[in-house]
Design a protein. Structure first.
Length: 224
């Protein structure tokens, strides 16, 4: 796999597909969010040995005022060392692997990730991506099945699973769906994003889990 794939910002989906090939061939199990982050980072290090892949890096690495960011730590970063101690920040990745319960709040956390990716994209990273995995057999279908509540925050995640043309774009202001801060806490998105679920488990019987996922690449220069 050539290393210029990240340098040229080749499609995220190809890299994720390579990751699932790695999971299948090594008979691995993704059992929580930390294992997802760890295995994805190890895969990136293996595929791009000349690049730096690091976990849970504070936003201070960007030499910006940390108060401008929604979050303080980035799940995974990929960068290249340049002369004179400078860095070429190639890719920032935020990962989610929701487990059972609190579905609307977990959806809002994903929106928070997307907002954070927008900030990272505007402050040094060439590419920023949010990736969400769901294990259908563990989490159930509450993230994407159009049953029960399908309005509010649910509609962004549930409208496109069986029909991409019905996708409801995440854009503008997204409010916290539950709790005491319901009417106050919100994220204002600059871009417009459609969630398109990919049914990875249908591609190979060798995958041990019933994984579905989506990813969102943030590129404000192209979107605005």
């Amino acid at each position: 796999m050539p290393e210029n794939r990240i340098d040229t910002l080749e499609t995220t989906e190809k890299i994720i597909e390579g990751f699932f090939d790695f999971i299948r061939k090594n008979n691995l199990n993704l059992y929580n969010e930390f294992s997802f982050q760890f295995e994805f980072g190890i895969f990136l290090r293996r595929e791009f040995p000349k690049l730096k892949v690091e976990f849970e890096r504070n936003v201070e690495i960007l030499n910006k005022n940390k108060d401008i960011f929604t979050k303080k730590e980035i799940d995974v970063i990929v960068y290249k060392d340049l002369p004179k101690g400078e860095k070429d920040f190639l890719w920032a990745i935020e990962l989610k692997f929701p487990r059972k319960g609190q579905t609307p709040e977990q959806m809002f956390k994903i929106v928070e990730d997307i907002k954070f990716c927008e900030e990272l994209s505007s402050n040094g990273f060439r590419k920023a991506t949010q990736i969400t995995l769901v294990d259908e057999e563990y989490q159930g279908k509450s993230f994407f099945e159009a049953v029960g509540k399908n309005d509010g925050i649910y509609k962004y995640f549930r409208s496109s699973f069986d029909n991409k043309s019905q996708s409801k774009a995440l854009e503008n202001t997204i409010y916290k769906p539950t709790g005491k801060q319901k009417a106050e806490k919100k994220y204002q998105l600059k871009g417009k994003y459609n969630i398109e679920w990919i049914k990875e488990w249908r591609k190979s019987s060798e995958l041990k889990q019933k994984i579905v996922y989506f990813y969102i690449d943030v590129d404000l220069e192209k979107k605005l």
